[in-house]
Ligand binder design. Sequence first.
Ligand code: PXL
Length: 273
Amino acid sequence: MDYKRILTIQDISCVGQCSLTVALPIISACGVETAILPSAVLSNHTAFSGFTFKDLTDEIPIIKDEWARQNIKFSAVYTGYLGSADQVDHVKTIMNELLEDRSIRIVDPAMADHGILYTGFDMEFVQQMKSLCQAADVILPNITEACLLTDTPYREEYDIDYITTLFERLSNICSRVVLTGVSFNPHNSGIAVYDNGDVQYYEHKKVGDGCHGTGDVYASAFVGAIMNGHSIYSAAKTAADFTLLCIENTVNHKEHWYGVRFEPVLKELIKML
Ligand code: PXL
């Protein structure tokens, strides 16, 4: 099925190549009309040495009401980094009121990586994000987020049994899960897809030690592929191939530590669709 217009809800980090400054160009390049709802405006993302932060929680219901008044609807929604725990209820309201029939709800529980929560988030936020994941059709956690959502101790090294356990627990939250950053040895990385009981792995070579912002690049490319009619697994694989190209285009640029140089590789993504 092809979806017409997507709404993506996440922050604007003015500098740093994450969230909306990644999602908007990538999904648009996939040929999809992309509406945005900023959850917050930051000078730059929170991995920099400092940042300004303007929370837009109060603005969300106001914008939602105006869209409702004009009968503006969306055929898909994709949420990423949210500015506060309170935003989750507003996002659920948008999902309930502004989506067309047979829309898809994609939630990236963007809140943590490498075993720790991003600056500013706490366990109350995790609980709220879990409830948003329960309202989704597909979720895209990394291993850290999957652990937080399921109360599972985080491990740097693990085997397939650990991933199987994570999927068992995550399946109580959402019936489709794309788990990112799954790496069973130092040379490979990949993704694991859980789709209503079926599990599929996609492994590729590992390049570098991971770049900041790859989660947002990955989720945006996944969304772009889904919007072009790909299955969950095909979209997950396409996004992995694209993200790998982006990382290859970034690792040798040490000054570019804060994000992924995805722009020159967009044309490759378009060919993959
Ligand atoms: O890429 C995830 C992300 C999104 N938005 C903001 C962030 C981060 C990760 O650190 O700080 C503001």
